[in-house]
Design a protein around this ligand. Structure first.
Ligand code: TA6
Length: 262
């Protein structure tokens, strides 16, 4: 990955190593001690002020998807302020904040404050609080690594999804475990709050908080080829499992969160 900027925080703690971009307060790497990288990042993504870095946990807000421009909102494109950092035996706790500015009001004419808490240790915990006067949508768009997508499964997604690849068709499924053998872009609208991602080399437990939906995305071969900052084989090694508020909007003072355990 190519990052030529001082606006990056490298965390080193006995329990983990991690990297956060101040643009978007985007956690792009978390490596618990004795384990391998948990978050997937593109090796060819560039750190640029008009484009989100592809990987880690981008924060999509105040809208999810392409409802308006820019895609997935502006929170992932703007530098956040680091408010505090606390190192302790249990890990590193960071608080970031993003508030409205003339630049954000040009795109979206509302006052707001987003507060992001990140705890990095033997678990990774991330919590986003939204203080805005109008309903919004959003997601923690988490990219996870897998050594082989064709031999990976996700459980706990529930029985209903909206298929973004089939004109947003509503689908009822009986498969209790998702296996991925082609492009997937689904909004699961009745997910359990715990999902398990099982890959050949590790199992991840994901605990969502405050979600109404969980989005699962893998671009597979043809769609990957259209994405400038993904290499041809990247689809084999990543899967997005996203803690989302789409079918039920975020209201003033709502919080969404994710904890990842290996
Ligand atoms: O969350 C799934 C999704 O909305 C897909 O439709 C796909 O386009 C992906 O996010 C990536 O979006 P981005 O704007 O980061 O290229």
């Amino acid at each position: 990955m190519e990052i030529a900027t001082p606006d990056i925080l490298n965390i080193s703690h006995p329990l983990c190593r991690a990297t956060i971009l101040l643009q978007g307060a985007q956690l792009i790497s978390w490596i618990p001690s004795g384990a391998s990288e948990v978050l997937w990042s593109s090796d060819i993504s560039h750190y640029s002020s008009d484009k989100a870095f592809r990987g880690g946990i981008p924060i999509c807000w105040p809208w999810f998807g392409k409802a308006f421009f820019p895609s997935h909102g502006f929170a992932r494109l703007i530098p956040w302020e680091l408010i505090s950092r606390d190192d302790s035996n249990s890990g590193v706790h960071l608080e970031f904040r993003l508030s409205d500015s003339p630049k954000t009001r040009e795109i979206w004419p509302h006052p707001f404050t987003l507060t992001l808490q990140i705890h990095l240790g033997s678990t990774c915990e991330i919590q986003l609080n939204i203080d805005a006067p109008v309903p919004t949508t959003g997601a923690l768009h988490t990219y996870l690594t897998t050594s082989d997508i064709s031999h990976s499964t996700v459980s706990g997604l529930g029985d209903y999804y909206i298929d973004s690849l089939q004109k947003n068709t509503h689908v009822t499924t009986v498969e209790s475990t998702l296996q991925i053998h082609s492009e997937v872009d689904r909004i699961y609208t009745h997910p359990q709050s715990e999902n398990t991602l099982t890959t050949p080399k590790k199992t991840l437990q994901l605990s969502h908080q405050g979600q109404s939906d969980v989005v699962v995305w893998n671009p597979w071969i043809e769609r990957s080829a259209e994405i400038a900052d993904m290499e041809a084989n990247d689809y084999r090694h990543m899967l997005c499992i996203e803690t989302a508020r789409i079918s039920k909007p975020l209201f003033p003072s709502d919080t969404i969160g994710l904890a990842i355990k290996i």
